[in-house]
Design a protein around this ligand. Structure first.
Ligand code: NAP
Length: 383
């Protein structure tokens, strides 16, 4: 491929800045643009990526532009002006880690809700970005970081799903490969894993070392041959939060950035790759996926059908707090997860048509902001 590929990163937060930095440090000629909201943050992030890349002898062109996603026409103008081949979305009204900044007791209570009830905070900015993409007439391949396991099937109902997600199912695959290789005394370079797992399971695997009440599917391959039967699989997984534990929190988002790059770089460089990703083609949950010529194809473990893989992910979805995503995009939230948010800050939404998602995101923002002030005041300090 001789033409210079253009990659736009939308979102100048922690993950967007990490991915921009890594994209800029490449021997491949490419143009990268960070589309941020805050002028000062965006300029500094771009100059850091640009100068550190120059320092190491790379020639990536790094630029920036500004938008607020609530202004769809302006975002569309920015996309049309840059004409990206690949668009990476790293925007959220409230990322997963925000509740970790609350006082410990409040964090633990909210953590019990799992991720599903917070869906509008990821769904709405992604929807705005996709509306802008459509308005710009862009044919960019869209890769999304914000809860793709659930955001994509909802947006698919409106024909607005990004092409593929990043992270979640992917984040545990290197650890599983290392754990399996060590158990068998084999070279990790010859070991591959095929994992089908929803966000709920991915999150639980790295913290508890099992999938809990939810289903998952895993095959381990040695030089392409299925050797799962030779492994003590529960033990491979149990060791993830033990011998194979890794740095968590914001610093741990280095793993997410690596998972993002595993998808973005083959797409940008026009090469095939077997990756793990959530939400390919609007599907619920996470899968092993072959990227080929800008298209995605599931590569499932041990003869598993697409329907069986989706069923595995639907089980994870339920435990993440989403009972159902209907064909028209209406979301039905699972009762016990939603009750946590109701008890903590009075938010109660059992059924959400897509048309009401924006109002729900506003309501969560307002209620959570008041809640945060209250719980922080009552204990004197945040964690
Ligand atoms: N899939 C995974 O494995 C995985 C792992 C980690 C994170 N994530 C997700 O990745 C996303 C980014 O995470 P993060 O840690 O980078 O969060 P972050 O630091 O909070 O970044 C989010 C960004 O979204 C921007 N934003 C919010 N509303 C906007 C608007 N109306 N217009 C334009 N920009 C807007 C924010 O802009 P300001 O800076 O101006 O506020 C911020 O830069 C989140 O959805 C997070 O949950 C996914």
């Amino acid at each position: 491929m001789n033409d210079i590929r253009k990659i736009m990163v939308l979102g100048a937060g922690d993950l967007g800045r990490r991915v921009l930095h890594d994209l800029a440090h490449s021997p491949h000629p490419r143009r990268v643009q960070l589309l941020g909201r805050n002028a000062e943050v965006t300029l500094r992030a771009v100059n850091l990526a640009r100068f550190s890349s120059m320092q190491r002898g790379h020639r990536t062109e790094v630029g920036h532009a500004l938008t607020d996603l609530t202004d769809v026409a302006r975002t569309a103008e920015r996309i049309a002006a840059f004409q990206p081949d690949v668009l990476f979305l790293a925007v959220s009204y409230q990322p997963w880690w925000h509740i970790t900044t609350l006082p410990e007791a409040a964090f633990q209570r909210l953590y019990a809700a799992n991720y599903g009830p917070w869906l509008p905070m990821h769904l709405v900015p992604t929807m705005k970005a996709m509306e802008a993409l459509r308005m710009a007439g862009s044919a960019a391949v869209v890769v999304n970081a914000a809860y793709p396991d659930a955001v994509h099937p909802v947006l698919a109902a409106a024909g607005l799903s990004p092409h593929i997600g990043i992270g979640n199912v992917a984040n545990n695959v290197p650890g599983i490969r290392a754990s399996a290789a060590d158990q068998l005394g084999m070279d990790v370079a010859e070991i591959d894993a095929l994992l089908v797992a929803h966000h709920y399971v991915s999150h639980r695997l790295s913290r508890r070392g099992d999938s809990g009440p939810a289903a998952m599917a895993l095959a381990v391959l040695h030089q392409g041959q299925d050797i799962t039967g030779k492994l003590d699989v529960p033990e491979v997984l149990r060791r993830l939060p033990a011998d194979y534990r890794r740095t968590g929190g914001l610093a741990g988002q280095a793993m997410t950035a690596a998972s993002a790059l595993s998808v973005l770089e083959p797409l940008a460089d026009g090469r095939d790759a077997l990756v793990h990703a959530p939400g390919p083609d609007g599907l619920v949950g996470g899968y092993p996926v072959l990227l080929s010529e800008g298209r995605t194809r599931l590569v499932l473990p041990g003869g598993m059908s697409r329907e069986e893989a989706v069923a595995v992910n639907l089980s994870g979805q339920w435990h993440d707090g989403i009972a159902e995503i209907r064909p028209d995009g209406t979301v039905v939230f699972e009762e016990s997860s939603m009750r946590v948010l109701t008890d903590e800050f009075g938010y109660d939404c059992r059924t959400m048509p897509l048309s009401e998602a924006e109002d729900r995101a506003t309501e969560i923002t307002e209620r959570y902001t008041r809640y945060r002030a209250r719980v922080t005041d009552s204990t004197g300090a945040a964690r």
